[in-house]
Design a protein around this ligand. Structure first.
Ligand code: CP3
Length: 353
């Protein structure tokens, strides 16, 4: 016998309407005054409470892979400063780690990925590597815990590296050496394309998992986008970013951060379809659609300097984005020597407007 028809849906309990987090409203194209604020690398070494927990855990990777500790570090700057968003505490290099490279952060030396892919033919190296997405499960658990701990008006941002930037680290085995990736892209375009495609696929799965665990927006950090000539920029920055947006853009807003893109910024925005763009401190918004949400641009060195220079930089930043949907942020990560008092100064001036 057919079961009885389900009773009509109960009237939705009149839950108080929670207004969307200001950051998410801006990413939907609204202007909010004063603009919502968070800072790239807001969880990190300039905070004594971060340094204490990192020391207690014994290292950066130990901290990152401990969901309870990583969630605590993610929330620290929100608790201390009342930031409008938390950014997941993780690193862009966990993707190469899940793809099979060993990852180590030695104090004062920056990250090391081994074996560096520059030392072998890329196709062979890729054949020898297996992705284990399950290694990223602790990071996804961190997302879940942070979302549960945050107030509804505080947005949670997930992130990953841009495939080009991640490839530069995988090739060189360390940061800042771009030559290995630039050469491989010319000398072995098929192998390099296979590498970038694999990074892109792993990144799509990783970001989708962050979103299902509670990330409400994601940022793609392409820190080394600025070194490529236009045709290479299209191939290695725009194309993979467009693939990421096509795959997950319907799940959550995507903030693109093509650091140093300069004259290629408007093309990046148009061709990738990112929801919003984060500008480095040298960028100008001219040529970007005025409806496009913009983030960043404040010089991290002005924050390090503090005083009148910081006040001036903030005022100029607010004036530059007048009339646009705007998220206040830095043009790059906060310098680890930045006094906490300078962050307080920035927020006090912003909120006094
Ligand atoms: O607060 C946040 O912004 C969230 C966490 C976050 C980290 N790294 C933590 C971290 C984010 C978003 C990143 C992104 C990242 N990581 C990028 C893209 C942004 C950028 O800065 O251009 C890049 C290129 C990396 C790779 C990376 N991780 C490098 C080169 C280094 C060493 C340099 C440094 O600042 O020490 C890291 C280490 C790292 N990632 C730290 C933190 C807090 C410092 C680790 C420590 O505690 O010693």
């Amino acid at each position: 016998m057919a079961s009885a028809p389900a009773s009509p849906p109960a009237v939705a309990p009149s839950a108080p309407q929670v207004p969307a987090a200001p950051l998410l409203r801006v990413l939907r194209g609204e202007r909010v005054d004063p603009p919502p604020v968070w800072l790239m690398r807001q969880a990190g070494r300039y905070l004594p409470e971060y340094r204490a927990l990192r020391e207690a855990k014994g290292g950066f990777m130990e901290l990152l892979l401990d969901p309870e500790a990583a969630a605590e570090v993610t929330v620290q700057p929100v608790r201390r400063f009342g930031m409008d968003a938390a950014i997941l505490f993780s690193d862009i290099l966990v993707v190469p780690w899940a793809m099979g490279q060993a990852l180590a952060f030695e104090a004062g030396e920056g990250p090391r990925l081994t074996p560096a892919l520059k030392d072998a033919p890329l196709m062979l190296a890729l054949q020898a590597m297996t992705t284990e997405a399950g290694k990223l499960a602790p990071v996804i658990e961190t997302v879940r815990r942070v979302r549960a701990a945050l107030a509804p008006e505080v947005a949670l941002i997930g992130f990953a590296g841009g495939p080009w930037t991640v490839a530069t680290y995988m090739l060189a085995g360390e940061g800042g050496n771009l030559e290995a990736a630039r050469l491989a892209a010319y000398r072995d375009p098929l192998g390099f394309r296979a590498l970038v495609d694999r990074i892109t696929n792993v990144t799509i799965g990783y970001l989708a998992a962050q979103i299902s665990a509670g990330a409400q927006a994601v940022q793609v950090f392409d820190s080394w986008a600025g070194v490529l000539p236009p045709a290479e920029f299209d191939r290695w920055v725009i194309r993979p970013t467009a693939q990421i947006v096509a795959a997950i853009g319907h799940l959550a807003p995507v903030i693109g951060f093509p650091r140093g893109a300069g004259q290629q910024l408007a093309r990046y925005v148009e061709k990738t379809g990112v929801t919003a763009v984060s500008l480095d401190e040298t960028a100008v918004p001219d040529g970007l659609p005025t409806s496009l949400p913009v983030q960043g641009n404040l010089d991290p060195v002005a924050l390090l300097a503090g005083g009148e220079a910081l006040d001036r930089a903030l005022d100029q930043c607010l004036a530059r984005f007048e009339g646009r949907p705007h998220v206040l942020n830095l043009g790059h990560g906060i310098d680890k020597e930045t006094p906490v008092a300078h962050v307080e100064q920035l927020l006090a001036r912003l909120r006094a407007r």
